[in-house]
Design a protein around this ligand. Structure first.
Ligand code: MF3
Ligand code: CO
Ligand code: CO
Length: 275
């Protein structure tokens, strides 16, 4: 049973109810999300062969501190880094470490800053030097999946329309959609109701309403959709070791469609890919 309530009247924990946010909340989310987008813009120049994911994480932490923002992942459920860095067959939640990136790698960098209590959650794929054509095609397909999901957001439609748009395109491109992780409501909480599935059909899920805020963050594999989580308790990898990609936006539902809070101010939404 789904119910909706003004965001301010709900307790500060995920009770499964869907929060509806007003203009002041939208302004707060815009500011947090734009800081995250600016960090992801800056990272485009940093990602190169030889750079470690720990150096990337150090940048994300310092950029946050410089702008009065806390990385939401820091000490979140025992996670100890400011970002997630997911390389090649890592699907999501890769932990930054001292291993250097190598020419031909693809890496997802996922950043969430908290600004004035609002969470701005976004990720992009970064090619490391020259990448293979198959990898480039996966990045193009995955970004297109994200934007087709975004285009499905409008009041009156169900959240299943997002998943349907993503799954239909991904599978038509002979790629697969990861089922084990989903998008999520976001705002004053990092992970809130509703879940946003990246597969399914348009009549499933809850009806979207103006004022809802959530992420869309499809994980798309070149091979099969199945994943496993490594012994560190975080790193999710494809079981068949095929390449995986992910892009993430935070969006707010408007009367006519949606506002994409995490769009790149520099036009770097797909770093390293032809415009
Ligand atoms: N930013 C991720 C998301 O898109 C969540 C990372 S949680 C962490 O929802 F603990 F793994 F960092
Ligand atoms: Co997210
Ligand atoms: Co994220």
């Amino acid at each position: 049973m789904v119910s909706y309530a003004d965001a301010e009247t709900l307790p500060a924990r995920n009770t499964g109810q869907i929060r509806l946010y007003g203009p002041e909340s939208f302004a707060g989310m815009r500011a947090a999300c734009q800081l995250t987008a600016r960090c992801l813009d800056e990272l485009a120049a940093l990602v190169k062969p030889g750079v470690t994911t720990q150096q990337i994480d150090d940048f994300v932490f310092a950029f946050g501190m410089d702008h009065g923002a806390m990385p939401a992942t820091l000490n979140y459920r025992g996670y100890t880094k400011s970002s997630c860095t997911s390389i090649n067959h890592v699907v999501c939640h890769g932990i930054p470490d001292d291993k250097p990136l190598r020419e031909g790698d693809i890496v997802n960098i996922d950043v969430t800053y908290i600004v004035d209590g609002w969470h701005g959650d976004s990720s992009r794929m970064y090619p490391v030097g020259q990448i293979k054509r198959a990898a480039e095609r996966l990045l193009e397909v995955t970004h297109e999946c994200l934007m087709l999901g975004v285009a499905a957001v409008k009041p009156g439609a169900r959240t299943g329309a997002i998943g349907a748009a993503i799954q239909t395109f991904a599978e038509r491109q002979r790629c697969s959609v990861v089922r084990d992780f989903c998008g999520h409501g976001v705002g004053r909480l990092f992970h809130d109701a509703p879940n946003i599935l990246h597969y399914g059909s348009a009549h499933e899920g809850i009806e979207m309403r103006p004022g809802m805020i959530f992420t869309i963050e499809p994980m798309i594999n070149l091979g099969r959709p199945h994943v496993k989580v490594l012994a560190d308790g975080w790193t999710a990898v494809t079981r068949d070791r095929s390449l995986s990609a992910q892009y993430e936006h935070t969006v707010g539902v408007t009367p006519t469609g949606c506002e994409v809070f995490t769009l790149s101010p520099a036009g770097l939404d797909r770093p390293g890919l032809p415009a």
